[in-house]
Design a binder for this molecule. Structure first.
Ligand code: AMP
Length: 415
């Protein structure tokens, strides 16, 4: 398959070649032709599979050149869940437009920074907007954007965008874009409920599913190291040094843990930085830039870094704390093993989370061998829960005291 066989303009074909992409990835081959033809497309494909370029190509191809006199109203709107992803996706779109020599203006809007420069940048109008929903609504409230002429709507990380956390803002944005539009939805995972929501919003969609099972990510070596919870930081430090990890992205459950673990690693002599939603946007950008430039060796992050963030050649991801939602396991480990490179994902399994890890394995049809690291063998024996015995697990909700009492048989079960 070649880029020219996807129905793309010569300029875009040449631009992809110029950017070093010899041929389309499977998701590009499957999703670009219907998207270019104006169909709605629902894509379920592994993170790192080239999804961004897939919708960028379709959006740019479908952008009509602005009449020289008229004010430009956005023809395409790309919604993303995080600020970092907004910057990254905006960069892919504007880079591709520039290399292809297309006179398409791409604007990126996201919160956490002053709104004024973004308002100023929109004064001359724009063709494509990449946005996080909250800031987009603010900008519309300032009358700086009119979404009434959007022809193509892209939801990147669509399962997240359709999830409850974003539902209200998304509804408000959707009410502003024409009902007659093209919708392109991209994600690595879709829960059944989100899939139903997505399908209800699409018109006769073309569904593209590119192997999303973890077996389809042979480039990521998955490991599960058993350890006592209190020794995880030491174990992490040991592994970084012993296995000579040049860079590692470590996921923890809370902002507090991100600060604390990064601080401990720093005191142990590693270049480590926390990354979470409470840091200023400037600081978040700086940490990512330093990490990409290998000036920081360890980034300790909450799930705000789990989606979409593209750190070229990241060799290792560690689940210091396991993700609460099984789907986030895929998003997290998908930060490594990208673009054909090999990667490694190491999960710390403790007595408390052993059953949850078995559940993650079950959800993704995985079987990850438990290993111990000499000197860090757990003192507390781990419960042996096979993936087939694993059950339960409620996304986004920890068991309450009552749940635990109920599980211990000290309270009557729920009716
Ligand atoms: P994404 O799935 O959009 O996060 O993209 C993952 C990575 O794939 C990015 O680093 C892109 O630069 C890279 N990529 C996109 N398209 C291609 C292609 N056709 N061939 C090789 N790599 C690609």
């Amino acid at each position: 398959m070649t880029f020219s066989s996807l129905g793309l303009h010569e300029t875009l074909v040449a631009a992809m070649a110029q950017q070093g992409y010899a041929q389309p990835t499977p998701v590009q081959s499957a999703a670009v032709p219907p998207a270019v033809a104006g169909r709605d497309v629902l894509v379920c494909a592994q993170t790192g599979s080239g999804k961004t370029a897939a919708f960028a190509l379709a959006v740019l191809q479908r952008c009509k050149p602005a009449s020289s006199a008229g004010f430009r109203h956005p023809q395409a709107l790309v919604l993303v869940p995080t600020r970092e992803l907004a910057v990254q996706v905006g960069g892919v779109l504007s880079g591709l437009a520039r290399v292809a020599g297309l006179p398409v203006r791409v604007s990126v809007v996201f919160g956490g920074v002053s709104i004024n420069p973004q308002l100023m940048a929109l004064r001359g109008g724009t063709d494509v907007v990449v946005a996080t929903t909250g800031r987009l609504l603010d900008i519309v409230a300032h009358n700086a954007l009119d979404l009434g002429r959007v022809e193509t709507l892209v939801l990147d990380e669509a399962d997240r965008m359709l999830d409850l956390g974003f539902a209200e803002e998304l509804e408000r944005v959707l009410a502003m874009v024409p009902a007659q539009r093209q919708s392109l939805l991209f994600s690595a995972t879709y829960s059944a409920a989100v899939r139903r929501l997505a399908e209800a919003r699409l018109r006769d969609p073309v569904e593209v599913t590119i192997d999303t099972g973890m077996q389809a990510a042979p480039d990521i070596m998955q490991r599960a190291v058993t350890v006592d919870p209190s020794r995880r930081t030491q174990l992490l430090r040991h592994l970084v040094q012993q296995e000579q990890w040049p860079r590692v992205l470590v996921f923890v459950a809370t902002k507090y843990a991100a600060e604390m673990v990064a601080d401990k690693l720093r005191r142990a002599g590693l270049q480590a930085e926390p990354f979470h939603a409470q840091l200023s946007q400037g600081k978040r950008g700086q940490v990512l830039a330093d990490f990409k430039a290998s000036d920081v060796q360890v980034v300790v992050a909450t799930d705000v870094a789990a989606r979409g963030v593209d750190i070229a050649g990241l060799p290792v991801v560690v689940n210091f704390d396991l993700p609460r939602a099984a789907a986030d396991y895929i998003h997290r480990i998908g930060r490594t093993g990208r673009a054909g490179l090999r990667g490694m994902a190491v999960s710390f399994v403790t007595a408390e989370n052993a059953a949850h890890f078995a559940l993650i394995e079950k959800r993704h049809a995985l079987e990850v061998v438990r290993e111990t690291v000499a000197g860090f063998e757990p003192e507390v024996a781990l419960p042996t829960v096979s993936r087939d015995q694993a059950a339960g697990g409620v996304k986004g909700r920890r068991p309450s005291k009552k749940d635990k009492l109920r599980a211990a048989g000290l309270l009557p079960p729920l009716a």
